[in-house]
Design a protein around this ligand. Sequence first.
Ligand code: F6P
Length: 325
Amino acid sequence: MDNQIKKIGILTSGGDAPGMNASIRAIVRTAIKNNIEVVGFMRGYEGLINCDYINLDNKSVSEIMQRGGTILLSARCKEMMTDEGKQKAVKVCKDLNIDALVVIGGDGSLTGALHLSKLGVKVMGIPGTIDLDLACSEYTVGFDTAVNTAMEAINKIRDTSSSHERCTIIEVMGRNCGAIALWCGLINGAEEVLIPERPDVTEEEVIELIENNRKNGKISNVIVLAEGFTKVEPHEFAKKIEKITGIETRATVLGHLQRGGAPTAVDRMHASMMGYRAVDELLKGNINKIMIYKNGKYDDIDLEEGLKATRTYDNSLYEIIKTFA
Ligand code: F6P
């Protein structure tokens, strides 16, 4: 291996995701095996801009794989959106002799990495977000844990909803992407799923469905609402359903619960493999890539190309949910 890389920086940025620690561990362990020094910037780009970092050795990443969150902390850094902030970040990389920076985060964080790459910093990106909203990769670290967490929560809500013969609206995260909602819709047997990719579905249609379900003997209705389906405010919609149908209705916003917890086996695996590959590719002389998972294989894609990819929506999962409902 042609090893031009002597020092790597790592940061985790944007919304944290279960599995980020497993990626950090994989990067550190792979780098150290190859005699590469590693530093971790604290609070994402904020730490980079302000030169706030820690040295990472094998021991510092012991027993972190199973921990949710990120040991490097995370933040949404407004300064990184300014030219001044980017220049500061570049200077810190130069001053610390950082040969490459590995960024773990979602599209905003990887866009920050792209900007740095245009200013001469060698970067690698690992998709880390619960949202599963990066078009270039079929997997983003954190999604499986978030879906499992949401599934467990919805199971519990379904129990009480059934006991009380109620209707329940449950809002899940995902920003502008309906992936978490769709998965929960299927695996929780939801009666309806409202996702940003299907803005045509109306409140009136949902109310009609609830009324028909009741006539047909269904005692509870679970409606999974993606936060990106902004036409509906869950608590207001619950009141409206109750008023029109006479069926008691409650709303629950699952919120940040979905971002925590020990990563699942799937997340540990993807996070570790992508972390390993990020360093391995750097050692091979590749730079400015996003680690991806596609067609059952780990691969990588040019950072700019990967970020330009547009998400396509396949309605079949929604149709299957409606078949089962
Ligand atoms: O991108 C991850 C995510 O959890 C989204 O699903 C959600 O919209 C957003 O972050 C919430 O951000 P914050 O933690 O800053 O409120």
